[in-house]
Design a protein around this ligand. Sequence first.
Ligand SMILES: [Zn+2]
Length: 219
Amino acid sequence: MFIGHFAVGFASKKFAPRTSLAALISAALFLDILWPVFLLAGWEQVRIDPGNTRFTPLDLAYYPWSHSLLASIIWATGFALVYHFFARYWPGTLAVWVGVVSHWILDWISHRPDMPLYPGSARYGLGLWNSVAGTLIVELLMFAIAIGLYVATTRARDRIGRYAFLAYVLLLLFLYIGDRFSPPPSSVAEIAWPGIAASLILVPWAWWFDHHRALRPEV
Ligand SMILES: [Zn+2]
């Protein structure tokens, strides 16, 4: 999943309105923030295998440190502890914990059976990615609902709050749809570096426009 994870971040704002969207999105993406780093370190493996599922050319061969259920719970707890230490805001602490673990659940729904419960365990996955239409419908619907919740919770204070937010949403949709039409990557580095770059751009960008939006008075 790609924008489905962003959807969790946006939707979380409704439940933890005082938490920065950057923290909520980082939590929902967290396993995918770790993954390219772990790939480059050689701790996890991916194979390029066009047709692996209809939605992705990647065979997610080995990634228990970023993407097992047990690892996701440990990362979630670490993330929530660090968040709580700085913010002391329980709704946010809970939202980031749920956000990190939600990543495993959404990937389990999307992927073919490649998601371990713990390092070395059997692997599971419901395989939504075997259907391109099904994947698009589920993810776009989640994204639309989440953007609706975010807009119902916050309003722009200025132009940055409006247009940087709008550009962000459009960029995510563009990346998501554009990925359908781009050729498969040719190396692991070609998967990992764009992933790292995306995190480094998309997380601060979320902080930026969220900072220029205010909570609606009724929230
Ligand atoms: Zn993932």
